[in-house]
Design a protein around this ligand. Structure first.
Ligand code: MRU
Length: 347
């Protein structure tokens, strides 16, 4: 199996603090929804599906602690919690998907006792976590068909167990391929500035005894051009109806280099990351984070004092560079405007 990023335990939310990895494996307990929102903002937990699960659990936590005398008072409180969660990180659509799902659960229970509604919201958040793991397993099974014995897979950022409820999306493909007895090797881009590849992907693959080497982001082109990569697999924070994919900054450059060298570039996307309401990737909100995270590695400064910098956290890879999108319902190939909808809706 794989590492756990989050769970509901004793009426609280327990999360692995990813800011401390790989040096310290520390699970922290959250008793307050505002602290859960803050943890999402600070990237204690990160990765699109994991952000959605954390938000759902934060909503369940806040709702369960409210002493409301009526449905409308509880609903008002839940609206406030949802607003707080929605304001954490803008790009991962899973966050908004999870908020909508929790709101739907509330609405369906109108008329039930407050205690029953609170219990139902906790059950829904736990179900979102369980379903996510099962979905990832299915992504892995579809995706492993694209992996041959002996393949080297390049990945960017962490679309792993840590970014999800467990098992990962891009890493699910690697895990299933390895379980099937295929010998694979992974090249993990370090993923500046947050180093999700070096700190998180390398760590969780090593925990599962999957062969992995870390490369700096600017080495990816060399490995792709020199015939040392058979395929690329990345995750996504939001995929538009036309197949444009927002993912961690730097993904676009990997896709360009893969395209220029005729190497397949796959995106592993649970359908909760597909946003059919957006026709193209131009409409995807792109998070810009503090420049402090660019000019520091951890607490260590790497630039002149007071140097200006930018920290764009995601980029959009146009659909034309994406060989296929692997979902839990099957693999969508171009033309995405025709193939993605049915796969996302499972029709
Ligand atoms: O800023 P992060 O670490 O939350 O960004 C994560 C990514 O870009 C992942 O590739 C994406 O969320 C997919 S996770 C299955």
């Amino acid at each position: 199996m794989s590492v756990k990023s989050i769970e509901w335990r004793n009426d609280s939310v327990v999360m692995l603090n990813q800011l401390l990895l790989p040096h310290e494996v520390k699970y922290e307990t959250y008793h307050n929804y505002l602290d859960v929102a803050d943890a999402i903002r600070r990237m204690v937990i990160r990765g699109a599906p994991a952000i959605g699960i954390a938000a759902a659990m934060g909503i369940a936590l806040g709702a369960s602690q409210k002493e409301a005398s009526s449905y409308s008072l509880l609903a008002q409180h839940i609206d406030d919690i949802c607003e707080e969660m929605a304001d954490t990180r803008p790009t991962a659509v899973n966050l908004f998907w999870a908020i909508d799902r929790m709101k739907r659960c509330l609405k369906e229970r109108e008329g039930d006792s407050i205690a029953d509604i609170q219990a139902a919201l906790i059950a829904e958040a736990k179900l979102i976590l369980e379903e996510d793991i099962a979905i990832n397993r299915r992504i892995g099974e579809w995706g492993a068909r694209l992996v041959k014995d002996g393949d080297t897979i390049l990945t960017h950022c962490n679309a792993g167990a840590l970014a999800t409820g467990g098992y990962g999306t891009a890493t699910a493909v690697m895990r299933v391929a390895q379980e099937q007895g295929k010998k694979i090797h992974v090249l993990a881009d370090e993923t500046r500035p947050y180093l999700q590849g070096a700190r998180l992907t390398a760590w969780e693959l090593m925990e599962d005894h999957i062969s992995v080497e870390i490369i700096t982001d600017n080495m990816a082109g060399h490995f792709l051009k020199s015939g040392q990569v058979d395929l690329c697999i990345v995750g996504t924070d939001r995929t538009a109806a036309n197949g444009d994919v927002a993912n961690k900054i730097g993904t676009y450059m990997v896709a360009l280099a893969a395209h220029a060298n005729d190497i397949p570039f796959y995106v592993a996307a649970p359908t909760s990351s597909i946003d059919l309401s957006l026709s193209t990737g131009d409409e995807i909100p792109i998070e810009e984070r503090s420049a402090h995270e660019v000019v520091h590695i951890g607490s260590h400064s790497i630039a002149p004092a007071n140097a200006s910098a930018r920290h764009i956290a995601f980029d959009v890879t146009p659909a034309r560079y994406i060989t296929a999108i692997i979902t839990e319902n099957g693999i969508a190939s171009p033309p995405y405007p025709i193939t993605l909808g049915p796969v996302a809706r499972n029709t």
